[in-house]
Design a protein around this ligand. Sequence first.
Ligand SMILES: *Cc1c(COP(=O)(O)O)cnc(C)c1O
Length: 231
Amino acid sequence: MVKENLDQVEAKIQAACERANRKREEVTLIAVTKTKPVEMLQEAYDWGSRNFGENKVQEIMEKYDQLPEDIQWHLIGHLQRNKVKYIVDKVCLIHSVDSFRLAEEINIQAKKRGIVVPVLIEVNVANEASKFGVPVEETMQLVKEIATLDGLTIRGLMCIAPYVVDSEENRPFFRKIKALSIDIEKENIDNVSMDILSMGMTGDYEVAIEEGATMVRVGTGIFGERNYNNK
Ligand SMILES: *Cc1c(COP(=O)(O)O)cnc(C)c1O
């Protein structure tokens, strides 16, 4: 099943790239593996997947040692400050930085290890009370503050668009994030680049690619529905 799903997602990514006149290499597919057993991750790995996304620190820690070393782990879920120390040197990118306090802790832990941690700023693009992320209007200010910390480097923006039945409804939100990234880029802030836009999930990744996503995070579309009761 994983193989067929991966093929299908790949075909849709390619088609979306073509529609948008973009190169396939501009978009990285992150296979979102939360709640899924390591056997399934290994299967995706065997079919070529190298970028895996998890939303819980504990789960990355459990899976990390059981799987090949060349996997790129992405932390895509909310990160608590007291857990930063466990994963700063295990993940290739933290997608979910949304406060200066969290960035400060990442900075401290990065310096202890002599590394620079790449991060994205998570934007609450639709101002949903249920979601983490910084409001659009406050993003520029937060980027400027976090950019002063040299234990991390800001690589772009991330958003989780609302859950919708018709993915077209999310197009304006993806446009908003793209426009915001261009505004930030124009400021030429030291330690900030906007080359990554992490947006689009199973329900809306094609629209996200059309609007400029460089990373899409697809779980259900590759591994099937999640069963949280088993976990
Ligand atoms: C679970 C999750 C995804 C994947 O969601 P699907 O709808 O299963 O593709 C993407 N991004 C984040 C932040 C998630 O937590």
